[in-house]
Design a protein around this ligand. Structure first.
Ligand code: SF4
Length: 706
């Protein structure tokens, strides 16, 4: 057997969206390397991407449909799914069913799932696990820019003179982007890096300044920055005058709560000189990029935090030009693609608004849809609450493991256990969620399926198959379409391949765009299968007039609000939803480790990746370890008002007294009682619906031998 040709595809892990060259070797092993021609990574890969070849085995795979634990034919399984969904809809109405989908799905999969639920079933009860990572950024973009648009691109990081990382451990969570930043830092003495994070993470290793901010006080810090630039005459008056509205109200709110540097420092738990240095750097540096991620978004005031950051870029006019702008980093490989097709419960496809009758009518006509959803559906946490309350009679979970990844995970498990009918389509056989399903549908995995993804800088890249489909596994889009056909929607879901779905998605984006929306990939609407196969990475908007794509938006203003002006948002800081108390005096933040992805279903298959961190841990300051009788290397119970988990204690001065950190990856398959999300509170941001993973009051108790 000779080695096959190298195939250009895209890494399925984080939102950096690195290009990968993959080849099946003569001995059957999969070899990967970074694609030197891909603009996101230029040949680099991180540890997770480099180990992709170790995770393509079939040992853990779901290879055949199953009904209640027994192997079934596709026809029987699909017929049962369609029958139970039809029955629930007929008896209880369309809002009695729901889909919970995933940023792991390809855009084409997402598109048909959204089309089926919102256009044909007639409910908007489709939400995504991307709600857990970037919904606050989406809501913040929409409030400020009138549309969900990331203004800049990765190249801006290398062209900046100041890069601020807020709530982002990019060194571990977006490693290739961090490598690009670290290289730029080495090559340019005048590039400064500021890291704002309650923990001293690996990302602070290259920082000129680390601000170990008190959890939940980001808006105080950024309101103070807005007040500071105004006070020190660093506003870009011309930009503000021509392209924005609402500065007065935002500034009044900022001055009221964050009147001076000393007050801000006291509220944020920082030294006055630290805050002053950050403010001076920001105020005096023209080319500033602010990278932000889950540390900002995963909060009950996440949307306000996003807008507090954007306010400062608008006030200084630092947006839309090379080397500057706010840049939200998405967690998943296709969180952005899901946003494009309306994968969130409050969106329609192509960035159209569910709340506008004209938009609903446009989509109805384009799809020839019988019943378009009339109102927003349930967001992730609400959706599982509705399952628990019995309002959702049939639930289809695609490519995700909510029994581990959602907050208050014990409640999610109870909800699934009590649901009338749960379907899971996934590539893995045994997860905490598949154990609670009535029907399992085998989906193709990375390397086996064709489609596209969009990364954090709006760049659409192809994901290409280079492995044969194993067993009876099928593409997600095929599975959704087969159910849709059995629900009576044969004509609208009769696609020959992923290319045809992508073509329809692109055509809708152009058809829908009357000049008031950024998302337009009309240039790709006419692609045939061969053109789709050859598709090179391209950043949207990629319109018929500008097919080469767009690196930066808002170059000349041109925001998507009714006035065409960006909106300042007056932000009044709010504390986290649940304050620590005598029973639960510590603030738990959950997050990720360098070499694992989500709930370990893939990276857990790699011994090399698993060796980095072998078990769940909880990181605690030396002061709190002494206070609660915890020994480094011992075991502790992490106990909140919602549940508890068990983890190895790491005593570290990287976390501040009063705070604890625990990674979220482990599940019951890999560590008994290791699922820390059992303890995480289910509070959400009222605007975005994103959960507050970064602040749950807990106590730690040492586990002693019986
Ligand atoms: Fe994959 Fe992200 Fe690593 Fe790139 S940085 S190789 S996309 S995990």
């Amino acid at each position: 057997m000779t080695a096959a040709a190298e195939i250009r595809t895209t890494c399925p892990y984080c939102g950096v969206g690195c290009g990968v060259l993959a080849r099946v070797e003569a001995d059957g092993r999969v070899a990967v390397r970074g694609d030197p021609a891909h603009p996101a990574n230029r040949g680099r890969l991180c540890s997770k991407g480099a180990a992709l070849g170790e995770t393509t085995g079939l040992e853990e795979r779901l290879l055949h449909p199953e009904v209640r634990g027994s192997r079934a034919s596709w026809d029987v399984a699909l017929g049962l799914v369609a029958g139970r969904f039809a029955e629930a809809i007929a008896t209880h109405g369309p809002d009695a069913v729901a889909f919970y989908v995933s940023g792991q799905m390809l855009t084409e999969d997402y598109y048909v799932a959204n089309k089926l639920m919102k256009g044909f079933i007639g409910s908007a009860n489709i939400d995504t696990n991307s709600r857990l990572c970037m919904a606050s950024a989406v809501a913040g973009h929409r409030r400020a820019f009138g549309a969900d648009v990331v203004p800049g691109c990765y190249e801006d990081i290398e062209r900046a003179k100041l890069v601020v990382l807020v709530g982002s451990n990019a060194a571990w969570c977006h490693p290739v982007l961090y490598q690009r930043l670290a290289q730029a830092r080495r090559e340019h003495d005048d590039l400064k890096v500021v890291v704002i994070d309650p923990r001293r993470t690996a990302s602070a290793d290259i920082a000129d300044l680390h601000l170990p901010i008190r959890i939940g006080t980001d808006t105080v810090l950024y309101n103070g920055l807005l007040a500071y630039v105004a006070e020190h005459d660093e506003l870009n008056a011309s930009f503000v005058e021509r392209h924005t509205e609402g500065l007065g109200e935002a500034l009044a709110a900022a001055r009221a709560g964050s009147p001076d540097v000393a007050t801000v420092a006291a509220q944020c738990g920082l030294a006055t000189e630290q805050v002053r240095r950050f403010y001076e750097l920001f105020a005096r540096t023209e080319r500033v990029v602010t990278l932000y991620s889950q540390g900002v978004n995963q909060s009950s005031s996440g949307t306000d935090k996003v807008n507090a950051i954007i306010n400062c870029h608008l006030a200084t006019g630092r947006i839309g030009r090379p080397g500057m702008g706010p840049l939200s980093l998405t967690g998943q490989p296709n969180a952005m693609g899901g946003r494009e097709v309306g994968g969130l419960a409050n969106q329609l496809a192509a960035h159209l608004e569910l709340g506008y009758p004209a938009h609903r009518e446009l989509v109805r006509r384009f799809w020839r849809a019988p019943r378009v959803a009339q109102q927003p559906g349930l967001k992730a946490v609400e959706l599982f609450e509705a399952v628990e309350q019995g309002r959702i009679k049939a639930l289809w979970i695609m490519a995700t493991n909510p029994a581990v990844s959602l907050p208050d995970a014990g409640r999610v498990r109870r909800a699934l256990a009590g649901c009338d009918f749960v379907v899971v389509s996934d590539c893995v056989r045994d997860t905490d969620t598949t154990r609670l399903a009535h029907v399992l549908l085998p989906a193709l995995a990375w390397g086996e399926k064709d489609g596209s993804v969009t990364n954090s800088e709006r760049r659409i890249s192809r994901s290409r198959a280079f492995l044969p489909a194993p067993g009876e596994a099928r593409p997600d889009w095929w599975i959704v379409c087969e159910v849709a056909k059995r629900l009576g929607f044969r004509e609208a879901f009769d696609y020959p391949d992923a290319a045809a779905i992508f073509g329809e998605h692109a055509a809708l984006s152009a058809h829908a765009n009357d000049g008031t929306r950024a998302f337009d990939i009309g240039a790709l609407a006419g692609l045939d299968a061969a053109g789709y196969e050859r598709l090179e990475p391209v950043q949207w908007p990629a319109t018929r007039a500008r097919p080469e794509g767009t690196a930066r938006c808002f170059v000349d203003g041109g925001f998507y609000t009714p006035s065409g002006r960006a909106r300042f948002v007056a932000v009044v800081p709010r504390p986290p939803a649940h304050a620590p108390d005598d029973d639960h005096p510590l603030a738990l933040a959950t997050g990720r480790v360098r070499d694992h992805w989500h709930t370990l279903t893939r990276t857990g298959a790699s011994p090399r990746l698993s060796a980095h961190v072998v078990e769940p841990y909880v990181e605690v300051s030396p002061d709190d370890a002494a206070r609660f009788g915890l020994a480094d290397g011992g075991l502790a119970r992490v106990i909140s008002a919602w549940g508890e988990a068990c983890a190895r204690v790491r005593v570290s001065s990287a976390v501040s007294p009063g705070a604890v950190f625990a990674p979220m990856h482990w599940n019951d398959r890999f560590a008994s009682a290791g699922c820390v999300n059992r303890a995480v509170n289910p509070a959400t941001d009222p605007v975005s619906g994103e959960p507050e993973f970064k602040h749950t009051p807990v106590r730690l108790e040492p586990v002693t031998a019986a």
